[in-house]
Ligand binder design. Structure first.
Ligand SMILES: Nc1ncnc2c1ncn2[C@@H]1O[C@H](COP(=O)(O)OP(=O)(O)OP(=O)(O)O)[C@@H](O)[C@H]1O
Ligand SMILES: [Mg+2]
Length: 567
């Protein structure tokens, strides 16, 4: 700078500084205003309106276009256009053409004005001055980005005195271009204008980038929401399916438990039938025999009565006739058949009186014979004996029925104090037939003196399961022992046998439903799992210890009185 003296130089410097400061102040002011306007705006359409509005006010340009580039940066489409005819969004520009294309491709501000160094750049001249520098192309932008009808060509900036285009760069990526033209006669854009344009473009680019990201996030949110909804619907469907499966399983379980009950009932019925059958058959046969003997007695009594009646008849003729009828009736009795024939022969030729006397003698003979038979047979004693034996049989049946009633405790289905050992005794008579069949000995060591609060019928079912398993596992001649005793921690029931034992690998499975080593049709494998549940219901424990070929011991631990289940 050529200044004549120091003061002049200082003045010049001061002026320059002031000018510079005023430019900076203007830029800051415009930047602050734009910042204020756009900083909180995330809606892209409103943001574009705000940017264009603001820049139009700052630069007195003939036209202002806000253009966005596609993802590849190959094309620009006009998002907002001010001061030109034509609709924004109608037009696409090939990038690398014109000032806007060049600004996009080279990521720098491009300006054409008189005396601007850009004019000396031959690559920039042509695109600015030919009408082809702005080309309208059909819309191929993604749905939603352009909402207007097909394009009219954008009038080229012919006749403009100046054009400036600045890339919108955010996070080192070009998002679009801001392009302005100044008409002839207008003031040309100054360097300060261009500086301000760069600053404001950077600010607008950041705001646009944020709105873009926000829109992306919104889109992602929506798709995420859709995915979550779809997944929730899927989960709901799976849940519904699971609920249905669980319901089905519950029903199956109920059905199985029912089947097991029916199977135990069948087993029980078979046992009871067997137990009752013997004494009942025995009683029936004894009562039958007694009845037969009674009819002999009845016959004798009838005969004696008839004989007495005949003796009392006064008229010899009538006595003879009735006696003869009675005697002929004895022909069917093998004891008297021959005598009757002889008697008939002897009557021939006798007078009525003699014949009547002869009849009386014969009747006396019959009476003597019957008495002798009676004395010899002792039918009274026999009948008493038979009836006594029948009675004993019926007593046995009665005892079995009582045991059965006590076992099932039909009258004691509720949770209540019960005599556990009495329950075991009745259960033992239920398995008596099995014990007999398998020739096993049973020992019951009863040690529970006081009643215990429980479901008596259910406890009996557990004992029945354990005893049945023990008996079935025992070879003939071995012993099954059931022992009960009291501890300070509650009663204990121990069932042990000298049977085949349980292999260690099975010991962990025996309480699983359906685990059975018995042949098909002989065991459902539910006995121990149901027993386990029943003891659990009593807040007790059940476990087994076993040695192969030596035997098995099941222990039931019931909680102390007052600590078990309360109803
Ligand atoms: N005292 C025992 N000695 C040997 N094995 C036993 C004894 N008790 C149970 N087991 C074994 O445990 C299995 C399961 O017993 P559980 O009572 O649950 O079913 P099950 O007796 O097979 O059939 P169910 O009782 O339904 O008729 C038996 O099949 C048997 O293998
Ligand atoms: Mg069983």
């Amino acid at each position: 700078m050529g200044c004549g003296d120091n003061t002049g130089c200082a003045m010049e410097n001061a002026k320059e500084i002031v000018a510079d400061l005023s430019v900076r102040a203007r830029v800051l002011e415009a930047s602050y205003a734009l910042g204020q306007a756009v900083s909180r705006e995330l809606d892209m359409e409103t943001l574009c309106d705000l940017v264009v509005e603001h820049l139009s006010r700052v630069f007195h340009a003939e036209s202002l276009a806000l253009m966005f580039s596609d993802d590849e940066g190959a094309e620009l489409y006009v998002k907002r256009l001010r001061g030109q005819s034509g609709e924004p969004g109608d037009t696409r520009l090939k990038s690398s053409r014109g000032a806007a294309g060049t600004a996009l491709a080279e990521q720098r501000l491009v300006c054409l004005r008189e005396g601007h160094p850009a004019l000396r750049d031959p690559t920039l001249v042509e695109p600015f001055h030919t009408p082809a520098s702005v080309v309208a192309v059909p819309l191929t932008a993604p749905e939603g980005t352009l909402a207007h009808p097909l394009p009219e060509p954008l009038p080229p900036p012919m006749g403009s005195r100046a054009t400036a285009a600045v890339p919108l760069v955010a996070k080192s990526k070009v998002k679009g271009v801001l392009a302005l033209t100044w008409a002839e006669g207008e003031a040309q854009p100054s360097d300060e204008d261009l500086y301000m344009l760069e600053v404001l473009a950077a600010q607008a680019a950041t705001a646009i980038d944020n709105a873009w990201l926000y829109a992306e996030i919104q889109k992602l949110n929506e798709s995420l929401e859709l995915k979550v909804r779809a997944r929730t619907a899927e989960l709901d469907a799976i849940n519904a399916e699971l609920a249905a499966t669980i319901e089905e399983l519950k029903q199956t379980q109920t059905q199985l438990v029912q089947n097991e009950k029916m199977a135990s009932l069948g087993q029980l019925t078979a046992g009871i039938a067997h137990e009752i059958n013997n004494p009942l058959a025995y009683s029936i046969s004894n009562v039958g025999l007694a009845t037969a003997r009674l009819s002999t007695l009845e016959e004798f009594v009838n005969l004696m009565l008839t004989l007495d009646d005949l003796r009392e008849v006064v008229s010899p003729a009538e006595r003879l006739e009735r006696s003869q009828t009675f005697i002929r009736g004895l022909v069917g009795d093998e004891r008297f058949a021959a005598d009757v024939e002889m008697f008939e022969a002897e009557l021939i030729g006798l007078s009525v009186k003699d014949a009547a006397d002869h009849c009386a003698q014969f009747l006396t003979y019959v009476q003597v014979c019957l008495k002798r038979d009676l004395q010899r047979d002792e039918p009274m004693a026999a009948v008493r004996n038979l009836l006594e034996r029948g009675y004993r049989g019926l007593e046995r049946v009665k005892a079995i029925v009582l045991d059965l009633r006590s076992f099932s405790r039909l009258d004691e289905a509720q949770y209540q104090n019960a005599d556990v050992d009495k329950g075991i005794t009745s259960t033992l008579s239920i398995v008596a037939h099995l014990v007999k069949d398998r020739q096993v000995a049973i020992e019951h060591n009863a040690g529970l003196a006081d009643p215990y609060p429980c479901f008596p019928a259910k406890l009996n079912q557990v004992v029945l399961n354990l005893l049945t398993n023990a008996i079935q596992a025992s070879p003939p001649g071995r012993k099954v022992t059931i022992t009960t005793f009291e501890t300070t921690n509650g009663p204990r029931i121990v069932v042990s046998d000298e049977g085949c034992g349980i292999p260690p690998e099975n010991l962990t499975k025996i309480f699983d439903p359906f685990f059975t080593t018995k042949p098909v049709g002989h065991g459902t494998g539910l006995g121990l799992s149901i027993s386990y549940k029943i003891i659990e219901e009593h807040r007790g424990k059940i476990w087994a210890k076993s040695s192969l070929e030596e035997g098995t011991t099941f222990t039931i631990e019931l909680p102390p009185r007052g600590a078990g289940r309360r109803e």
